[in-house]
Design a protein around this ligand. Structure first.
Ligand SMILES: [Zn+2]
Length: 261
């Protein structure tokens, strides 16, 4: 079933807690992110093919693996096997673009922040790559190693109906199941929520929602533990990645590199 190009998308909504803008609740912001670094990839040496001019270089990961220094619950969206999740290719840069139309005035800085956190926590070269005027649909056509982030209203995107403030999904492909990789993704954020958060200067909550959706982009699914950012609702009690989130993100950064395009 993995022969040729197979694509499927996943949409995972996040519901915003009703108490979010009430002013009640405690702010517990823990700095649980390990320093990037640790062991380098055990990439193999370049292989020189026996045919005269052809020099095949085994791809190498671009950033060091992130240490597995935290514990907690996490769940992967897609798996290749019982223990192996589908991941992005750690040998490639993943460019993150934002279409700021209909978004809050801090749309670009929110996406830059989310991209930097994703890069630091996965060891995959997620990189903010600038603004785009493309719609989600146009951006997704033929996209590769890219993530589109944009804003919609409940009326322009029915997936955002009700309490949902954002959703995210990736497409997967691979010549074989073992080589299945994420290769493009999209994050849709709800305009009015983000404009309201901006008006009330609730940057930490806006960032938390972006980080949650970017967690889906990396490959994390929801968990039932409210002390993880991948809990389905974003609350003031958990505004940054928790121990389980961080472990899952670090593992999602340890996939193999594609050996063929
Ligand atoms: Zn979610």
């Amino acid at each position: 079933m993995w022969s040729g190009r197979r694509v499927f998308a996943v949409l995972v909504p996040v519901a915003l807690g009703a108490s979010l803008l009430s002013g009640a609740g405690t702010y517990v912001v823990r700095s649980t992110v390990p320093e990037a670094g640790g062991q380098r990839s055990s990439g193999t040496q370049p292989v020189v093919a026996s045919h005269a001019e052809a020099v095949a270089v085994t791809p190498k990961r671009l950033l060091p693996k992130v240490p597995l220094s935290t514990e907690g619950s996490y769940k992967f969206i897609h798996r290749i096997s019982k223990t192996k999740p589908v991941t992005w290719d750690p040998c490639r840069t993943v460019k993150i673009y934002v279409n700021p139309a209909n978004g809050p005035s801090d749309a670009v800085s929110l996406v830059k922040y989310g991209a930097a956190r994703l890069r630091a926590t996965t060891g995959i070269d997620f990189r903010y790559a600038g603004q785009t005027k493309k719609s989600q649909k146009r951006a997704m056509k033929g996209a590769r190693d890219g993530v589109w982030v944009g804003f919609h209203t409940e009326s322009s995107d029915r997936t955002l109906a009700g309490a949902t403030v954002g959703y995210a999904g990736d497409d997967v492909d691979g010549a074989t199941k073992a080589d299945a990789k994420y290769y493009k993704g999209a994050v849709v954020l709800e305009s009015e929520t983000f404009k309201t958060l901006r008006a009330y200067r609730q940057t930490s909550i806006a960032r938390a929602i972006v980080m949650h959706e970017f967690g889906h982009i990396a490959g994390l699914d929801h968990v039932n533990d409210p002390h993880q950012l991948m809990y389905p609702e974003t609350t003031r009690d958990q505004l940054t990645y928790g121990g389980g989130d961080l472990r899952g993100l670090a593992l999602l950064g340890r996939g193999t590199c594609r050996t063929s395009v």
